[in-house]
Design a binder for this molecule. Structure first.
Ligand SMILES: [Cu+2]
Length: 214
């Protein structure tokens, strides 16, 4: 009896009776797929993804780069910066995009170099405000990275194919927001309807993202 009840509950969750697929493709100005864009799906319906975003993430400083170059963090997440280089980094974070010209918030972290044979130095912040954050280093002007802080639990980075697929967004109207580091002007939100058929959206940037150093 108890098993049957559980089974029914499980089926209700897994058959997609109340949740559906949102598939978003991000392309650049020339129509090519864009990796590491952030896609956020917002809905007023209640619910949570089956796999929630991690509440603790790590951003490494290694060989003068932020790794990963684009991080995704839910509001309230603990973000640990780890300096794996043998020299000092003075990491700063500030609101990215047009907001960077008016924002006074942000953070600064001094991270000593990793001594040989010893653990790397770390510093922590809490991702407290939704939106993109530009990461840099006061000492090394070439260092550039981003962290996107999301207040919706449905958020993903695009794959090399430019894809973000959400398979459990509650049925009903939803909005798709796309952010990409080189797209400084906010793109318009796209409305989708989640239901029995997969909702598909293609979002085109107004720019061609600059290539990352590898
Ligand atoms: Cu540095």
């Amino acid at each position: 009896m108890r098993f049957a009840t559980l089974l029914i509950a499980y089926c209700a969750l897994s058959t997609g009776a109340s949740a559906g697929i949102v598939s978003v493709t991000v392309v650049d100005k020339e129509g090519k797929p864009v990796q590491d864009a952030v896609v956020v799906v917002s809905t007023t319906a209640r619910g949570q993804p089956k796999v929630p975003l991690p509440m603790a993430i790590t951003i490494d400083q290694e060989k003068m780069r932020f790794i990963p170059p684009v991080s995704l963090a839910p509001v309230g997440a603990r973000v640990t910066f780890v300096n794996k280089d043998p020299w000092e980094h003075h990491v700063r974070g500030s609101a990215a995009g047009l907001a960077q010209f008016s924002s006074t918030g942000g953070f600064e972290l001094r991270l000593d170099g990793k001594p040989e044979g010893k653990p790397a130095k770390t510093a922590e912040i809490t991702a407290d405000k939704a939106g993109p954050v530009l990461l840099g280093c006061h000492i090394h002007g070439s260092m550039r990275g981003h962290m996107y802080v999301t207040d919706s639990p449905w958020a993903q980075r695009t794959t090399p194919e430019g894809l973000a697929v959400f398979d459990d967004v509650p049925d009903g109207p939803a909005q798709v927001r796309v952010w990409q580091a080189d797209q400084l002007i906010d793109l318009p939100l796209q409305a989708v309807t989640v239901g029995a058929n997969p909702a598909r959206a293609t979002v085109q940037l107004q720019v061609v993202p600059r290539r990352r150093r590898v």
